[in-house]
Design a binder for this molecule. Structure first.
Ligand code: PHE
Length: 448
């Protein structure tokens, strides 16, 4: 089976795909509103610490397990350790996460598509603030529109994954990622010209620790997993399409750096617009769908800005959603020896079906509560606060204790000689990361 496996054509193609997976709604939608709601700078500081101290080591661990195992997110645990090892349960939990995350991710992707169309057809122009804000409410109230856009988003994701690793995922990322960076660059340069720019910079980069709550710290830890696509096998799966032994640490640092850069630039752009118009940064999840369109409707050049912005977010969402779907497809195609096209379609339909529950959470099913959450919130909480951190802890322990120093030497390609990096990586994956993440996990479970 392994001879038939495809691989990325180059190391650069892999980095693009990994950045594509990491950069998504987490960076452009979640990060800015979380930072806004948690007081800005202090939250950003904790988030940066988490990326460096927990995110990068676990990223290296996942890359290593995938590359060494050369198999999907379940079988790679067996290939790197032993047949039927209980550690492969991490992979099964990852599969469950892939289904659940993609199901609600696609619903939000659908909102983005809806707003992309609205901006292309210039629907924000000439409207009152209340009317522009009303678009989101109208979308939420209409089950058919939401399910329809969710369908379109899933169809796009399935369409890309159908092409396979080289002709689907890699090819699309080569188009989507450079466009995304170019659009973000243009928006960033534009934000220099806004009077709210310097206020935005000081909001995000001068930490005021008095604004930080325990819940904010824990959110930052949880988000560092979500944003780097960790804890559920996406990076294991992508890593399994890497050919030779590469210096994995360098790759992990590059991807984490670019992912963070995108989140920070998106934050600067969004808050520059927000402060220029004297609006509140703590707008929450609706920041992107209400605050920004209101502002775009008032600004000179707002039409172009709105189109560029929503397309940027749509591209980022697609390049992440394909990595979620690939986790499940790779497992069924390899382990169960199923046909790739039929499997992709079938899994796509199942995930679409689960996602309908989230699409209906703001209308028909808004009164259906499980543990006091709607389906949408339940799926988001369950994965971001429990499955991903738990997966992360276990992956870290598997790598640090079970695979141990030899794996770390291979990951860093430094040979046997002792080095600070080796010791650092060993003890972060053995102790530091698991302990820190365990704390988030306990809090996540207590929230239910
Ligand atoms: N990292 C993606 C984002 O920031 C989401 C994601 C999570 C993708 C887990 C794959 C796996 O939007």
């Amino acid at each position: 089976m392994s001879t038939a496996r495809s691989h990325w054509s180059t190391r650069f193609a892999f980095i693009l795909a990994a950045v594509g997976s990491a950069v998504g709604l987490g960076n452009l939608w979640k990060f800015p509103y979380m930072a806004g709601a948690n007081g800005g700078g202090a939250f950003v500081l904790i988030y940066l610490l988490c990326i460096a101290a927990v995110g990068v080591p676990i990223f290296i661990a996942e890359l290593y397990i995938g590359q060494k195992g050369q198999k999907n997110a379940v079988a790679s645990f067996e290939a790197t350790h032993e047949k039927n090892t209980p550690w492969r349960c991490i992979g099964f939990m990852g599969l469950a996460s892939a289904f659940i995350i993609l199901s609600f991710y696609s619903v939000v992707g659908g909102w983005i598509l809806d707003f992309s169309f609205k901006s292309i057809f210039n629907q924000f122009a000439g409207k009152s603030d209340e009317e522009v804000k009303g678009f989101l409410g109208a979308l939420f109230e209409s089950p058919w529109t939401q399910v329809g856009w969710h369908f379109v988003f899933m169809t796009g994701t399935v369409g890309i994954v159908l092409g396979g690793v080289r002709n689907g995922i890699e090819k699309w990322n080569k188009i989507l990622m450079p466009t995304l960076f170019a659009l973000l660059g243009v928006l960033f340069i534009y934000s220099f010209t806004l009077s709210g720019f310097s206020q935005s910079i000081s909001f995000l980069f001068s930490p005021d620790t008095s604004k930080l709550t325990a819940a904010g710290v824990l959110e930052a830890v949880g988000h560092s997993f979500f944003t780097l696509s960790l804890g559920m096998g996406a990076i294991i799966t992508y890593g399994s399409y890497l050919k030779k032994k590469e210096g994995l640490a360098k790759i992990a640092i590059t991807v984490a750096f670019l992912d963070t850069l995108v989140a920070l630039i998106a934050g600067v752009v969004i808050f520059s617009v927000v402060f220029t118009h004297g609006m509140e940064p703590g707008g929450g999840p609706t920041l992107l769908f209400q605050t920004l369109p209101v502002l775009f409707s008032k600004m000179t050049g707002g039409y172009i800005l709105a189109v560029a912005f929503f397309l940027l977010v749509a591209f980022a969402a697609f390049s992440s959603s394909v990595s979620l779907l690939e986790v499940a497809v790779a497992y069924w195609v390899e382990t169960k020896k199923k046909d790739r096209v039929r499997t992709t379609l079938l899994i796509g339909i199942v995930i679409f079906g689960i996602g309908v529950l989230s699409a209906l959470s703001t209308n028909v099913l808004s009164d259906v509560k499980i543990f006091k959450f709607t389906f949408f919130d339940l799926f988001d909480k369950l994965t971001s606060s429990i499955f991903l951190p738990l997966g992360g802890v276990l992956i870290s322990l598997f790598y640090g204790w079970v695979l141990g120093p030899k794996a770390i030497e291979e990951s860093l390609s430094l040979g046997k000689k002792p080095s600070l990096m080796k010791i650092g990586l060993l003890w972060t994956t053995r102790v530091l990361a698991p302990v820190a993440v365990m704390i988030v996990l306990v809090k996540g479970v207590m929230d239910f």
